[in-house]
Write a protein that binds this ligand. Structure first.
Ligand SMILES: CC/C=C\C=C\CC(=O)SCCNC(=O)CCNC(=O)[C@H](O)C(C)(C)COP(=O)(O)OP(=O)(O)OC[C@H]1O[C@@H](n2cnc3c(N)ncnc32)[C@H](O)[C@@H]1OP(=O)(O)O
Length: 308
């Protein structure tokens, strides 16, 4: 049975019977065409659910995955019906990271006639894999990621590109790359230090590949909430996504873009950027609508915002 807050959230956002949505949010039967590793659904208005879907291989990231993610998030970026994304995984765990069988050729036997060409091709491979997770950050719609079980290697690259991280009590996280002889190169070493306050802890995790469990993930700031089980977590993720989806998409998307800009620049540069941003965006009708609703003590849900 779903907790009462989840049932009320589900009713609130869709008006449908909660059981219908429970089914929509739980693991789907398989990947959604044209994808072979991702299942895409719309559990509630304005919310897109992206689910990793290779459970029999523990959602290991094969060649198809690396390109499907880029296609998927580019679609979401331009989809006016989507205001927020919930990202989760089917099966026993979140992900086992890179597919060690499928990817070995690209990495261990790169093509090229000489050292320069081999190196150049390898560089292109790494930068294209980087894009697989950078598209999450470039997408202006906030992404709430919900992790259960193991989140290994490439999984850390993925979740650190997301905006809000949730996990279950049984979740564990592992920056595994040193164990397979490489320096992580698709985002973890760049983003994890911006997520976790302690540089020492980041260094420890990345240099030793030790597992970090849910409680430490919460206390270190890697995740903002821990749930007893996956069902509760998905309900919590959907409720949070609904809160975001209720608000002005101009405000929400501008907030994501400016938070990421501020993370990567000085305070002065960030202030300059947001001033230029808002010299246009403050002119949106959404400000007047939102202020009026607030004055009338109505919830943002009561306001109809134009699509963006
Ligand atoms: C340019 C480079 C870009 C990115 C680089 C990223 C680096 C990394 O991601 S490093 C991390 C690599 N991953 C691993 O080392 C994890 C390996 N897997 C495991 O340790 C375990 O599978 C587990 C995650 C702890 C889960 O254990 P369990 O639930 O007991 O499942 P298994 O029985 O081990 O596996 C079931 C099934 O899945 C296959 N599989 C699991 N992990 C991978 C993987 N990483 N690659 C390919 N296949 C994987 C496993 O072989 C089993 O398949 P069967 O066909 O059933 O034998």
């Amino acid at each position: 049975m779903w907790p009462s807050f989840a049932r009320s959230a589900l009713r609130k956002y869709t008006g449908l019977a909660s059981q219908t949505l429970v089914r929509a949010m739980s693991s789907s039967s398989g990947p959604t065409s044209p994808y072979t590793t991702l299942s895409i659904s719309r559990p509630a208005e304005a919310i897109t659910h992206v689910e990793l879907h290779r459970p029999e291989k523990r959602n290991a990231m094969n060649k198809a995955f690396w390109s499907e993610m880029v296609h998927c998030f580019n679609e979401i970026t331009v989809d006016p019906e989507c205001r927020v994304v919930v990202f989760s995984a089917a099966g026993k765990i979140f992900t086992a990271g890179i597919d060690l069988m499928d990817m070995a050729g690209d990495i261990l036997q790169p093509e090229g006639d000489d050292t320069a060409r081999i190196s150049w091709n390898l560089r292109k491979t790494v930068t294209s894999y980087q894009e697989t997770f950078s598209v999450i950050e470039k997408c202006p719609k906030p992404v709430v990621v919900a992790v259960h079980g193991a989140c290994v290697g490439g999984g850390i690259d993925l979740i650190t590109a997301c905006d809000i991280r949730l996990c279950t009590q049984d979740a564990w996280f592992q920056v595994k790359e040193v164990d397979i002889g490489l320096a992580a190169d698709v985002g973890t070493l760049q983003r994890l230090p911006k997520v976790i306050g302690s540089r020492s802890l980041v260094n420890e995790l990345a240099l030793t590949a030790r597992k970090m469990y849910a409680d430490e993930a919460k206390s270190s700031g890697l995740v903002s909430r821990v749930f007893a089980n996956k069902e509760d977590m998905m309900a919590g993720a959907l409720e949070m996504a609904g809160e975001i989806a209720d608000r002005s998409p101009v405000a929400v998307q501008g907030t994501k873009i400016n938070l990421i800009y501020a993370r990567d620049h000085s305070v002065a540069d960030g202030l300059n950027y947001v001033a230029t941003w808002n010299m246009s965006m403050l002119q949106t009708q959404d400000v007047m609508k939102s202020v009026q609703a607030a004055m009338e003590k109505k919830s943002p849900k009561a306001v109809t915002f134009s699509k963006l």
